[in-house]
Design a protein around this ligand. Sequence first.
Ligand SMILES: C[S@@+](CC[C@H](N)C(=O)[O-])C[C@H]1O[C@@H](n2cnc3c(N)ncnc32)[C@H](O)[C@@H]1O
Length: 220
Amino acid sequence: MDSRQEWELSRSRRPLTQGYGVVQSELPPHEQGRIDPRDWFDDSQRCFEIEIGCGKGTFLMQEAPEHPEVNFLGIEKSPEFYRYAADRMRRRKIANVRVLHADAVEFIRFWCADEVAAVIHLYFSDPWPKTRHHKRRVIQDRTLVEFHRVLAPGGELRLVTDHAELWAWYEQHVARHEHLFERGPFDRVESASEGEIVGSNFERKYRREGRPFFGMVLRR
Ligand SMILES: C[S@@+](CC[C@H](N)C(=O)[O-])C[C@H]1O[C@@H](n2cnc3c(N)ncnc32)[C@H](O)[C@@H]1O
């Protein structure tokens, strides 16, 4: 049995996520070279989008059935949210979604092949407000360069946050990478419900609290 067959077999044994979930520890060592996550789908030729920090998978659950021509990969670091999201996709048989249990920054940096994604979605990312924790924020100078590499030409990084200080951090980082991206406004996602812009869990929670939202689209 080759390593690919072993990997497929280990996935098929997982009862909860049943082929909808992928775990970082099962990935081949990144020293062996980058991998193409589009191969995890039944039709790897479809357009491909990534959501970083998909949480419970609410955005993917609403967006993926509306776009059967697109494959979606949600990447979630928390084991509980990963299991919850992957199991949700399995129960609803949303065949064009996979959920990866991994640190998305590491996955993109060390494993993910170049120019695979049409869109990277990053919604309501953890703000890590303390200065000593800023290094944990997803958006960094280095990650913007990696996202640029993983996006196909014309691909988009879509960012929304409720956190004014994180938004200022985004603005500063984006300004340093004007040569990589063309910046535009964030248009609401069509699959979002009336009055929403994305339709994720955190948007709903923060909307009830009356918080303002900030968004932008960076086009490669
Ligand atoms: C505030 S929640 C937002 C969840 C969802 N995007 C929403 O809008 O409802 C942030 C999520 O990102 C996940 N997360 C944070 N950093 C991550 C990383 N580097 N890789 C993958 N997931 C991450 C957290 O575990 C958490 O589930």
